[in-house]
Design a protein around this ligand. Structure first.
Ligand code: GRF
Length: 216
């Protein structure tokens, strides 16, 4: 399945664009939130086809939360440690999302693996960003793994989320060469620059596809 096909599969599951013909996205992030920032910046530009309707983090100290607050976006902390069961944590996330228009959920550095409760609620409508050229190096420490494997290139992948760990259908990738002098920091920075371009552009493409192929 090509990335374009995957985007159409997503678009077909979106009933109608809820806000002024723009795709409403919820962003889940656990850390710095530089990709959230890239999405916020892109959403503000002329011609952007998406809006961020809510931001949720699971980490009290996440800079992503501060970024959302500063931007005046609806934002929430749902600390996974407060829940004995993963399904209860996911229900808490879903109850927040139910209060806003949400066409798709974007995981931008969200460091929890989502289970059935959440996946069923947003079937084919959850997008993840991963710092490797999947299927290479799924899971944690992907940049380090690329260096250890002595790969000659690295990059990032935007994919649909399924029940596996970074195994869902690939939508788009961007790559860069690995320099012999690279360390985790330098390579991560180069990959981040790619991510900040790729993720907003894929979300915009999903919005455009929803206008063409979405549910009537
Ligand atoms: C990104 O590298 C993304 O690929 C991974 O987590 C990182 C999040 O970075 N899933 P940031 O919090 O957006 O800066």
């Amino acid at each position: 399945m090509s990335g374009k096909d995957v985007i159409e599969e997503i678009a077909k599951r979106i009933p109608s664009l809820s806000q002024k013909n723009k795709l409403s996205i919820a962003v889940l992030a656990s850390g710095n939130g530089s990709n959230l920032q890239a999405l916020m910046d892109r959403a503000k530009t002329k011609g952007s086809q998406f809006v961020i309707t809510t931001v949720i983090t699971n980490i009290p100290t996440a800079k992503a939360l501060v970024r959302a607050k500063t931007a005046g976006l609806d934002h929430h902390l749902v600390d996974h440690n407060a829940f004995a069961k993963k399904s209860d944590f996911e229900r808490a996330l879903l109850s927040i999302l139910a209060k806003k228009p949400v066409d798709i959920v974007v995981l931008a550095g969200f460091m929890r693996v989502l289970g059935k409760t959440f996946l069923r609620a947003f079937d084919h409508r959850i997008i993840n960003l991963h710092p490797s050229l999947l299927p290479k190096h799924p899971g944690l420490n992907a940049v380090e793994k690329a260096l250890l494997a002595k790969d000659d290139k690295a990059g990032c992948t935007v994919h649909l989320v399924d029940e596996g760990l970074d195994t869902g259908p690939i939508i788009a990738q961007a790559s860069c060469p690995i320099d012999p002098n690279d360390d985790v920091k330098s390579l991560s920075e180069r990959i981040k620059t790619l991510e900040h371009q790729l993720l907003p552009s894929v979300i915009n493409d999903i919005a455009l596809s929803t206008l063409r192929f979405g549910c009537p």
